[in-house]
Ligand binder design. Structure first.
Ligand code: CTP
Length: 465
């Protein structure tokens, strides 16, 4: 392999390299190593992708984005302080948020505060060398699913109407082809002014979405009327509604089961298993991010509720079955829960005391929730998907389960302790269906969830909503 020293590079390249290294806090040599490593990884994944067939590639391309990306433009008004809270509220709904602050906004909040909440630097200048080299205003405008302007001041609104591009916020708003949601905030007289009325009518005609403003007291003492920026929760809800209305599962209802079940022996003891619920919860989150109306029936887990998902908490297999049947009809049902196969025949209402020989525990079989739903004569979901947790003969056992349980697809995974799948963050899936077996590469549980949701969306595409 040819060797190369940084000194041999031309001046522009050297300057760019230094800038990039400084921005990433690395030495120039380390930066070069990082670039080479990432080029090699790209090469490998390119070679891998090329080897797979066209159909699989097309399906991968329909994957919904990892998380919804929101570009928040903070304008210069007193309501800007609420925009810091808005960052959190958008993140609560699963969004990755990037921020641009106008010059005027920086009189009210700092790029440092916004950047700290976003987990990445906030952008401020159109002609900032580092950010133009790093991201660039065109990429800022495009690498997002939604642009939110909050507070949208009278001045920023007028710039949007006029197609100005003299600062970063205005240039991004002009360059973006993504939906725009504005949350106006201004003095009631400015809101009522003829120019603002004209501008709002023009923005509506341009397809810009508006939330608020609300009526109430203004920051200026003694001033009241319409002009208060909507509350962060209202803006986040409007943003979520806009994003999800275009999702691949918009208009679909999806049921997911997740987590273990706990089968009580007495008030303090139970039969349980090691399921963390991570995979099921990730599927519910991905379905909601794709616009589905999602019901998640979950056994006891230590996970937060996925954003935008209706969660029904249960303990036992019998409770899970009841909750699942109550949630029907649905377009697709994914059974990711590790349901206990058996429960103690008797549950003592009092703690079983330790006198005499150890008790014998009689077990009875729990209802098979997946099989019950898959075999329904009426109200069977269009797509019934199960998991197969196996330690041996993974695919063969999954094929047998597909037939026995009457479901449409089985996602089989090897749960031997060495794989670290139980409770871990990654998963290796074999999708078993009547069409055959497809083995997916090892990937994170979030990636598995998104791949599955893309598959479900494609399978439901031709069915009636
Ligand atoms: N399942 C279910 N109700 C049960 C048992 C399992 O809904 N009582 C579902 C699981 O959610 C999963 C699938 O059936 O989608 C397969 O679960 P798994 O534990 O792999 O298989 P079992 O049917 O329990 O068979 P075995 O334990 O013998 O492998």
């Amino acid at each position: 392999m040819a060797s190369l020293t940084v000194r041999q590079l031309d001046d522009t390249l050297k300057r760019r390299l230094r800038l990039r290294a400084a921005h990433n806090g690395r030495s120039v040599e380390d930066e070069v190593r990082t670039i080479l490593r990432s080029a090699a990884a790209d090469e490998e994944s390119f070679a891998g992708a090329a080897a797979r067939d066209d159909a699989a590639r097309a399906k991968r391309e329909t994957l919904p984005a990892a998380t919804t990306r929101v570009l928040l433009i903070i304008g210069g008004g007193i309501a800007a302080y609420k925009s810091l809270d808005l960052i959190r509220r958008l993140q609560d709904r699963g969004a990755h948020v990037r921020c641009i602050l106008t010059g005027a906004a920086q009189n009210f909040v700092t790029p440092l505060a916004a950047g700290a909440l976003c987990g990445e630097r906030a952008y401020t200048d159109l002609f900032d060398q580092a950010s133009e080299f790093d991201v660039g205003h065109i990429r800022l405008a495009r690498d997002t699913d939604l642009v939110v302007v909050a507070p949208a001041t009278a001045d920023l609104i007028a710039k949007m109407v006029g197609g100005h591009a003299g600062d970063l916020a205005a240039a991004v708003l002009l360059a973006t082809d993504r939906p725009i949601l504005i949350a106006p905030a201004m003095n009631p007289r400015m809101w009522a002014a003829k120019a603002t009325r004209r501008n709002l009518a023009q923005l509506a005609a341009d397809g810009v979405h508006v939330v608020g403003p609300n009526a109430g007291e203004m920051a200026e003492r003694g001033e009241a009327g319409t002009g208060r920026m909507s509350e962060p929760l209202e803006i986040a809800a409007a943003a979520a509604a806009l994003i999800h209305s275009g999702g691949v599962l918009a208009g679909r209802r999806v049921l997911v089961t997740s987590g273990p079940t706990h089968e009580p022996l007495d008030p303090v003891r139970m039969l349980a298993n090691r399921s963390s619920g991570k995979q099921g919860h990730a599927i519910a989150a991905a379905a909601a991010a794709a616009g589905a109306d999602v019901v998640l029936v979950s056994g006891p887990v230590n996970l937060p509720d996925p954003p935008g998902v209706g969660v029904v908490r249960v303990e036992t297999a019998q409770e899970m079955l009841t909750a699942v049947e109550k949630a029907l009809p649905v377009d697709a049902a994914v059974f990711a829960a590790a349901v206990a196969d058996w429960r103690p025949q008797r549950t003592s209402q009092r703690k079983i005391k330790k006198h005499g020989p150890p008790p014998t525990i009689e077990l009875v079989e729990n209802p098979d929730i997946l099989s019950t739903v898959a075999h329904r004569k009426s109200g069977r979901p269009g797509l019934v998907i199960g998991f197969a947790a196996e330690t041996d003969h993974v695919v063969a056992n999954a094929e047998a389960k597909l037939k026995k349980k009457g479901c449409d697809w089985i996602l089989a995974n090897d749960v031997s302790p060495a794989t670290g799948i139980m409770g871990g963050d990654s998963n290796t899936i074999h999708l078993v269906s009547a069409d055959g077996v497809e083995s997916w590469p090892p990937q994170s549980k979030d990636e598995v969830a998104r791949a599955l949701i893309a598959r479900i969306a494609a399978a439901l595409a031709d069915t009636k909503k």
